[in-house]
Ligand binder design. Structure first.
Ligand code: NAD
Ligand code: ZN
Length: 349
């Protein structure tokens, strides 16, 4: 049996925007239906930054250990757990658990469950060395996968894969990815390509342009330089993008996306800028028959499928590995839009 310490290192904050402290805290004990994961790596998602700011109309647990892209090794399991063995690789996802018996869970809408518990938000997450997950919701990770590289699949990957399915775009159609050089976006470009779609990226700066092109983006629109983003997308796609994924944490681009989407196309809303509203012209929406849909992470089947694309080498995760105690600095870089791809924190040896 693995040797589990009593205390561990974690990144903790006590109040919104309060100091992010590298602390010694107790290692939690798994309940009967839970596993304890020795987290090796955790991606840093923009959602973790929203949680620290207290941006959203949903309170976090306090004090909080954030993080929901944790990849590691199962070191303990409760007596009801049948789907993980000690030593297996497991992923800590945003959706830590759900009731599995409500209307939404029964139809595969586990993320819409009113009793869902959320890693790094309503329960402690993966910015620590040992984290708890409900076994039934934890992601099974094949042993062939690199734990640092797969970590961002556990939120960013699942989310964009599900959002692309939600868009209804068919092979050969254009999908415009807003925030294409960020954590979600850099994966969305590749899932889109692997699904036979034609990705167009929108983001800012030459480094992000180069990344999007390298990952398979067919065209790049720089929002810091373009004189008319709407016209640029319409011209390139010869009539508008069949689908749009809004992945940025800014509210500005939402209203542009309903203008350059193609008639009968779908705008998928994924990024969660605080207090944002979408304003769509009713005449335009009706005569172009546009759909606007929200998409929120993914269920267990989406998880397995998103991991399978990664395991088959169809999606590469552009990561920079940094120590766990540099979280505050990573948040600063993220706020400034300076992170190209995803930062992954090394949580344990
Ligand atoms: P990120 O910071 O890694 O990436 C965001 C990207 O958007 C950056 O590259 C930034 O340069 C770009 N951007 C900023 N303003 C822009 C503009 N005006 N036009 C185009 N691009 C612009 O963030 P992330 O981790 O990819 O997360 C993005 C958002 O998605 C966050 O709000 C996060 O909370 C949300 N999110 C939602 C879900 C869900 O299930 N719906 C899941 C995960 C994350
Ligand atoms: Zn996330």
């Amino acid at each position: 049996m693995p040797n589990i310490p009593k205390m561990q290192k974690a990144m903790v904050f006590d109040k919104p925007n309060g100091p992010l402290e590298y602390r010694d805290i107790p290692v939690p004990t798994p309940g009967p239906d839970e596993i304890l994961v020795n987290v090796k790596y955790s991606g840093v998602c923009h959602t973790d930054l929203h949680a620290w700011h207290g941006d959203w109309p949903l309170d976090t647990k306090l004090p909080l250990v954030g993080g929901h892209e944790g990849a590691g090794v199962v070191v303990a399991a409760g007596n009801l757990v049948t789907n993980f063995q000690i030593g297996d690789y497991a992923g800590i996802k945003w959706l830590n658990g759900s009731c599995l018996s409500c209307e939404f869970c029964k139809h595969g809408g586990e993320s819409n469950c009113a009793d869902a518990i959320l890693s790094g938000y309503t329960v402690d997450g993966s910015f620590q060395q040992y984290a708890i997950a409900k076994a039934i919701h934890a992601a099974p990770i094949p042993k062939s996968c690199d734990l640092a590289e797969i970590a961002p699949i556990l939120c960013a990957g699942i989310t964009v894969y599900k959002a692309l399915k939600t868009s209804g775009a068919r092979p050969g159609e254009f999908v415009t990815i807003v925030g294409a050089g960020g954590g979600l976006g850099s994966l969305a470009v590749q899932y889109a390509k692997a699904m036979g779609l034609r990705p167009i990226g929108i983001d800012g700066g030459d480094e992000k342009a180069a990344l999007v092109k390298k990952l398979g983006g067919e065209h790049f629109v720089d929002f810091t330089k373009s004189k008319d983003i709407v016209q640029e997308v319409i011209d390139y796609t010869e009539g508008g993008s069949h689908a749009v994924l809004n992945l940025s944490a800014s509210s500005g681009p939402l209203n542009a996306s309903v203008k350059y989407v193609r008639p009968m196309g779908t705008v998928v809303v994924v990024g969660l800028p605080p207090d944002a509203k979408i304003s769509a012209d009713v005449f335009n929406q009706v005569v172009k028959s546009i759909s606007i849909k929200g998409s929120y992470v993914g269920n267990r089947a989406d998880t397995d499928e998103a991991i399978d694309f990664f395991a088959r080498g169809l999606v590469k995760v552009p990561i920079e590995i940094r120590p766990l105690n540099e979280l505050a600095d990573v948040f600063r870089n993220m706020e400034e839009g300076k992170i190209v791809g995803r930062v992954v924190l090394k949580c344990s040896d």
